[in-house]
Design a protein around this ligand. Structure first.
Ligand code: NAP
Length: 459
């Protein structure tokens, strides 16, 4: 048998999940100095994962990264197999038979739970649902959000909470030239929300927004961003945190809160967005649907950079009919792959998948949020995927090279036998072109198809 990775015997790799980490893994493999063939499998007919359905519609610049992924997709060594659910339509075991290695890059598809009573009341939603809905993700197309209330509450102070709060704070004019899904824009146009409360369990020095994202709240056309000066008083440990040079982002965030606290509230603006600190939800109350949230005041304890929030027992009530839990994403298990339930990730060593006893499992690798948890910006996934691919390439001599692997052909045989329609990259390009055409008519970058059947009917 020719050497694995040679022209005559290229390394066949199946990657599961076409978000940033999947594309970065494909790029690293294709740019390596060995001969490879990459099959990138995706559950939806559309690629790009959270860049398409997570990045906020008013952050079009961030989506320009797709141009890089398109370059990777144009390589003759790249093949997209979309509209295929790994775990149900085809198993990981089958991918291991058809390919030399499999890289799991399936991301973090669900949310962490708050673990408080009333969390699942009607009116209490996850950020994932709302973000998926306004971004036209087919899984969330038919979700209904009742925006007829005066007050909305967002739990969490990370960038996803910023996205959700900002979308609720913006006017239709601020959103109508983005790629926001039309069904969402229509509902947001009728929104009665006047107050948006963005609640952090720790203090203003620990908010996890990035400075640019928080700054945008100062530029909203019809919404005041409000912080009370007395909420910005820091404990000594937080002061130490903000003096640390490497913590410059938190200092910028804090300074931005200070700037908001000095602003006059403009009464002509129809909405107010309040940033509140040191409180967390204790209970969500309602009979058939959410009516109010009980928030417990917190205090910080612990050394600088290790401060955690503890309830003080003092509570306040906030009447609201709509609440979004935005406290971080979580991975979901895939049949045939080990999963760490506590972390919501696949156990691994630098991307080499292990069982729960830390034994490395041959052929299986992972990258992105399902490898390390939901943190960092899009570009963070590049280094993460490169690390995994380096390990895979180091392992090449250990991979099974005793027989020819069938690669994509074996996948097609299995899918065709089950009558599962699969989509290649050229098929996706047809959908892409149609979406852009539909968008042009409305002055939008694209109008997404939000039902899978609609996408498939365009091919
Ligand atoms: P995140 O940055 O981890 O923020 C989660 C927030 O939820 C934190 O404020 C956290 O507070 C809070 N939280 C966690 N558990 C809680 C609980 N039980 N009760 C109350 N609050 C709780 O997560 P994310 O906002 O989902 O973002 C995920 C990643 O995507 C981040 O790296 C983010 O920067 C990135 N992202 C980037 C952009 C962008 O670049 N524009 C947009 C969206 C997302 P503690 O700090 O106390 O844990």
């Amino acid at each position: 048998m020719a050497k694995l990775g040679s022209e005559e015997n290229p390394l066949l790799v199946a990657i599961v999940g076409s978000g940033p980490s999947g594309f970065y893994a494909a790029e690293a493999l294709i740019k390596s100095d060995i001969s490879v063939k990459v099959d990138l499998l995706e559950r939806l007919p559309s690629p790009y994962g959270l860049v398409r359905s997570g990045v906020a519609p008013d952050h079009q610049k961030l989506k320009q990264v797709i141009a890089l992924y398109q370059k990777t997709a144009d390589s003759p060594d790249f093949n997209l197999i979309a509209n295929v659910n790994v775990g149900t339509d085809i198993s990981v075991e089958e991918l291991c038979q058809s390919h030399h290695a499999v890289i799991m890059t399936s991301g973090a598809e669900t949310d962490r739970k708050l673990g408080v009573a009333g969390e699942d009341l009607n009116g209490s939603y996850t950020a994932t649902e709302f973000v998926g809905w306004y971004n036209g993700h087919p899984d969330y197309r038919d979700r209904q959000f009742d925006l007829s209330h005066d007050v909305a509450v967002i739990i969490g102070q990370g960038n996803v909470a910023a996205d959700v709060s900002r979308i609720l704070s913006k006017t239709v004019d601020e959103l109508k030239h983005t790629d926001i899904a039309q069904h969402a824009l229509d509902i947001l146009a009728e929104s009665k929300i006047k107050e948006i409360h963005v609640i952090g369990r720790r203090g203003p020095a620990q908010a996890k927004f990035t400075p640019k994202e928080l700054r945008e709240f100062g530029e909203l056309s019809d919404c005041n961003s409000i912080v009370r000066a007395e909420d910005l008083i820091l404990n000594p440990e937080s002061e130490i945190e903000l003096l640390e040079k490497s913590n410059i982002a938190s200092k910028k965030i804090y300074d931005q809160f200070c700037e908001f606290s000095k602003r006059e509230t403009d009464p002509a603006k129809s909405r107010n967005c309040y940033f509140k600190f040191l409180m967390g939800p204790k209970e969500l109350i309602g009979t058939t649907k959410l009516e109010k949230v009980i928030l417990e005041k917190n205090q910080l304890s612990g050394e600088p950079f290790k401060q955690s929030a503890r309830g003080t027992g003092e509570t306040i009530e906030l009447e609201t009919g709509i609440l979004f839990r935005s406290i971080g994403y979580r991975g979901v298990p895939i049949a045939g792959v080990p999963f760490n339930e506590s972390w919501g990730t696949i156990p691994n060593e630098k991307g080499r998948i292990t069982d729960n006893n830390c034994n490395i499992i041959p052929q299986l690798y992972t990258a992105g949020w399902i490898k390390r948890g939901p943190s960092g910006i899009i570009g963070t996934n590049r280094a993460c995927s490169v690390e995994t691919v380096q390990c895979l390439l180091e392992d090449i001599v250990k991979l099974d090279n005793s027989e020819i692997k069938a690669g994509a052909e074996a996948i097609y045989t299995i899918l065709d036998r089950k009558n599962i329609r699969h989509i290649c990259y050229d098929n996706w390009k047809k959908i892409d072109i149609k979406e852009i055409e539909r968008g042009k008519l409305k002055g939008k970058p694209r109008e997404k198809y939000t039902y899978i059947a609609e996408m498939l009917s365009e091919i």
